[in-house]
Design a protein around this ligand. Structure first.
Ligand code: SAM
Length: 233
């Protein structure tokens, strides 16, 4: 075989391998390589995560934490219980950070994540809030809390990274108090196609939430890549 053909074949093979590695590690953040790889990648990115995301406080409040604080307050008033919130796959504590800045929020937030690196960032960022913010190193599919514990459970930008989103949502519904609010996100937009079998269609996710016994399910426009999805237990 002429040298040029062999060289071209090797180049094509290397380009294909490079594309595959890029797709597996960067585009889809390790989801097709298993939970340990996903968590390892988040551990590696933890110190850079907030700088990459650059969340805008006004947008966070307007779409997520102000409406959430209002609903949590209502749940607590109606049930005579504490307005405590669990944030599953909390990462660097995005939801706890902005929720505790809401003047109407009077409860505590527990952030749970499988990445110790992401949790370390969250704990450092929220240290000034004392026992109003707590962090737990655990898996979304096995929440270490009793049934009916929280006034709200949130899980932002994470369902598509979990090995079994249905099992995780079942756990979230279990630890939610009757009347409590679930707030999660659905991956959408051009890049959702990379997450083959992981990014659910709107009807599919809403049907799953209904099958878990949740009601008042409402999908709300949010970002190009994500829709917000609200539900009540
Ligand atoms: C895109 S980040 C979202 C973080 C945060 N919710 C936010 O909106 O900024 C996804 C998070 O899911 C966490 N994660 C991935 N798999 C997990 C699992 N099986 N259990 C718990 N957390 C997990 C990762 O460690 C990471 O912090």
């Amino acid at each position: 075989m002429p040298f040029i053909v062999v060289a071209l074949a090797v180049l094509l093979l290397l380009a294909g391998l490079g594309w595959l590695v890029h797709w597996l590690l960067i585009r889809t953040e390790g989801v097709f390589l298993g939970r340990r790889v996903v968590v390892w990648l988040y551990d590696l990115a933890a110190t850079r995560y907030d700088a990459i995301k650059r969340y805008d406080p006004d947008t966070e409040s307007a779409f997520v934490t102000w409406p959430l604080a209002r609903r949590v307050k209502q749940v607590a008033l109606e049930s005579g219980t504490t307005p405590d919130v669990l944030d599953v796959a909390t990462g660097t504590g995005r939801l706890p950070f902005f929720l505790l800045a809401e003047p109407t929020f009077a409860g505590r937030v527990v952030g749970l994540d499988a990445s110790a690196g992401m949790l370390a960032q969250a704990a450092a960022k929220l240290a000034g809030h004392g026992d109003r913010a707590a962090f737990v190193h655990a898996l979304a599919g096995d929440l270490p809390f009793a049934d009916d514990t929280f006034a709200a459970v949130t899980c932002l930008e994470a369902l598509e990274f979990l090995p079994d989103d249905a099992a995780a949502l079942r756990e979230m519904a279990r630890v939610l108090r009757p009347g409590g609010v679930l707030l999660t996100t659905r991956r959408q937009g051009p890049e959702s196609g990379y997450f083959l079998g992981r990014a659910r269609a709107r009807d599919d996710l809403e049907a799953l939430l209904a099958a878990l016994g949740l009601s008042d399910i409402r999908s709300q426009p949010w970002q190009v890549e994500y829709e917000l999805v609200w539900a009540v237990k």
